[in-house]
Design a protein. Structure first.
Length: 713
């Protein structure tokens, strides 16, 4: 269940980085920092200079003074645009506007000019293109790119692939389909990305400093839609000690906040056949001449944010709705013909029959082909006629598209794809004591995929789902003093997946079988196949609930030439599975039959076995009902020692411990295995149907029906 969290190694490590740069600061959760040195015109460092940082959009300010080395640090700043003012008696006041991106540590080394403090020097700074402050290798996907780059499904997480070292890596189990995870169309919002060769489940995802990972796959929960997303950073190497749980990368996502000015937007993105181009190879559906893409995709919504009380309280809200109406790609199948369902397979033989009723068709070696045999005795059915009709097969075939198939039983069909997705983001920010910051944020995605069964054609049976992802977070930044800042974030993350066939799909008992079946409201057809012809079924009811509670604390303390970062993380994980998979059984009809040595069995024998009710194999389980609990405790410490102006030493240590408890349960009901000569009256499989129903083990009850086992007719 916790496939990669368990795989994350228990470790205790020390990292020593020696680099020719300024100091390293652990910000976490997308927060930024400003660090620098103040000197006079001769280059002598200045102690006691006043440094004031004002966030332009909210007028919230932070202040500090330079230490004996002339250095200053202002940590834990939300990514935004700031005005930095540096003043000292006998020198002109310096003012510089800068923009801090997520997880950025901006160096600001200045020299003050001699003059009056009333005199002001404004510095126009160019954008910093190279990180000379920290050893972290990272890139920020800023708001301009988030909003302006076209995204087919408006999933901002796709932009992670813009970062060097990333590549798509499918097939690692992180994308588990739209019955467990949210999807837009056929594209999952969960990313399967490898960073520098690491597995896709080795990436840490955070949202506003809170956890944003799905326990089931250890990949991302949904990102907010682009209009509600400020930016996000992707760290791919040399991240600091607090990020010790995953080796691949760290992705920190930051949502928008309200400001002193009201702002907002409204949008709608439309895709339909009016705008869609025609695929050159596309064919129009039956009864139509229009071959244009039938996709109808509407994504609409808006955002609004502003002050509740200027300079103190701010609010932001966003909504996006997605509606998809289309059809899946066409599928081909083969069903028994109307004649087949009366026991007549004579059309299979092209050359007629001899006096004994054996087909005259032969292969290159002279073997009899295109002949139907009695699977119990191996005798040929004379003229390929007179097969006794099993009543369950007869009832089952009433919901197959026999009448719309061609003369050989071939049929092409499509299933509708109906999806609704609603996304909500709400965020509240409060300035406390003029410098502390409190925030609370709510993010919810609710995805609904309607089961496609139309009530007429069993080939359209598939599972639908409702998946709801919620992320609640609250955080407080406490500026105890200019040199000591503490961040704490508390979050609750919940993803609940509820899948099933909608309660309208017939059960095997509806066709006359006496085998145990789930209640119709939670059942359906899990797996029913006739080789070379058709395969029907999908997942029956299941619930997958994942809950995570997390408390994260981080402190940054600047003392002399040292900057200490330390903190901890306590995470409580819970996974509850209620999965009825295969409780309704898996039914398989094949071409297996007794037959003369001088013959080759026809591919149509499987359909004949279906008509006869001669099943080759059947399996049934008691489902998967399990609960898992996990506690994760992490502590870390990091010291950056700047013992020379251009040389610093960083030492860090982290320890993460896992405690896992798994509770499994299953229904234990009576059942018996079949004997080798047991008949299968109306597919009742008396070895099971005579008991209360479910198999007697929480493991699979599977067996094959011997070729000499004849179903009743």
């Amino acid at each position: 269940m916790f496939q990669s969290r368990i795989g994350r190694n228990y470790f205790l490590f020390a990292v020593v980085i020696v680099m020719f740069s300024a100091r390293v600061f652990a910000q976490g959760g997308g927060n930024s920092a400003i660090t620098g040195t103040v000197a006079d015109p001769t280059g002598a460092v200045m102690a006691g200079a006043q440094v004031t940082v004002i966030q332009q959009a909210t007028s919230v300010q932070r202040a500090t003074t330079t230490n004996a080395s002339g250095a200053f640090t202002v940590p834990s700043l939300p990514p935004a645009s700031y005005s930095v003012t540096i003043a000292a008696p006998g020198f002109k006041t310096l003012v510089q506007d800068i923009t801090l991106l997520a997880d950025q540590v901006r160096a600001l080394d200045v020299r003050l000019e001699i003059g009056q403090t009333s005199q002001q020097v404004t510095v126009e700074a160019a954008a910093v293109m190279v990180n000379t402050v920290t050893p972290v290798l990272s890139q920020v996907i800023e708001q301009t790119r988030v909003v302006s780059i076209p995204l087919e499904t408006r999933n901002a997480a796709d932009l992670t692939l813009l970062v060097p070292g990333t590549t798509t890596a499918n097939g690692h189990g992180v994308q588990q389909g739209d019955t467990k995870q949210i999807a837009v169309g056929t594209q999952s919002v969960a990313e399967s990305i490898s960073v520098n060769g690491a597995r896709p489940d080795q990436i840490s995802y955070n949202l506003d400093g809170a956890n944003n990972e799905d326990l089931m796959s250890n990949t991302n929960d949904p990102f907010p839609f682009p209009d509600a997303l400020q930016e996000f950073s992707v760290q791919t190497n040399s991240f600091d000690s607090r990020y010790g749980t995953n080796a691949g990368a760290v992705v920190n996502v930051v949502t928008k906040s309200g400001t002193n000015d009201w702002h907002g937007d409204a949008f709608e993105f439309v895709r339909n056949k009016v705008f869609n181009a025609k695929n050159f190879f596309a064919k129009p559906p039956a009864g139509s001449t229009d071959a244009r893409d039938r996709l109808k995709q509407n994504q609409f919504g808006g955002t609004v944010g502003g002050p509740i009380r200027r300079n103190e309280s701010f609010i932001f809200f966003g909504y996006q709705g997605t509606r998809i109406r289309t059809v899946n790609n066409a599928s081909n199948a083969k069903v028994p013909t109307a004649a087949n369902m009366t026991g007549d397979f004579s059309a299979l033989c092209k050359s007629g029959f001899d006096g004994a009723g054996v087909c005259l068709d032969r292969d290159a070696k002279g073997n009899v082909i295109d002949q139907i045999y009695n699977p119990a005795t191996g005798a040929a059915f004379a003229g390929n006629k007179g097969l006794p009709i099993d009543p369950v097969a007869q009832n089952f075939a009433k919901l197959l598209p026999v009448s719309s198939a061609d003369v050989n039983g071939n049929v092409t069909f499509q299933t509708p794809l109906v999806q609704n997705l609603n996304e909500y983001v709400a965020k509240f920010d409060q300035v406390v004591r003029g410098k502390d910051r409190l925030f609370a944020r709510f993010y919810l995605d609710r995805f609904q995929h309607a089961p496609p069964y139309d009530g007429k054609d069993l080939l359209t049976v598939a599972a639908g789902s409702t998946v709801q992802s919620q992320n609640y977070a609250a955080g407080y930044t406490w500026v105890a003093k200019p040199t000591l800042v503490n961040n704490v974030v508390v979050d609750v993350v919940r993803t609940a997946s509820d899948r099933g066939q909608g309660g309208q799909v017939p059960q095997m008992t509806d066709f006359g079988s006496t085998i145990f079946q789930l209640p119709k409201s939670s059942g359906g057809i899990r797996s029913f196949s006739v080789s070379n012809f058709f395969s029907i079924g999908n997942f029956t009811d299941a619930k997958f609930v994942r809950n995570t509670g997390d408390i994260r604390d981080q402190a940054t303390w600047t003392h002399g030439k040292h900057t200490f970062s330390f903190g901890g993380d306590f995470e409580r994980d819970q996974s509850n599975i209620r999965n009825t998979d295969l409780e309704n059984g898996s039914w398989s009809f094949t071409t297996d039959t007794s037959h003369p040595a001088t013959s080759v069995v026809s591919s149509a024998q499987s359909a004949a076995n279906f008509v006869l009710g001669h099943m080759r194999s059947y399996s049934q389980t008691s489902g998967d009902f399990s609960d898992s609990r996990q506690n994760v405790i992490g502590l870390y410490f990091q010291d950056e020692w700047k013992f020379r102006p251009r040389l610093s030493l960083t030492v860090g240590q982290a320890c993460f411990l896992w405690a896992i408890h798994i509770m499994a349960s299953a229904f234990l009901l009576l059942g018996r295995r079949p004997t080798s000569k047991t008949l299968l009256p109306a597919w009742g499989l008396p070895t099971i149907s005579s008991g209360p129903g479910r198999p007697s083990s929480d493991q699979e009850e599977a067996y094959s029906i011997p070729p000499d086992c004849q179903a009743s007719s």
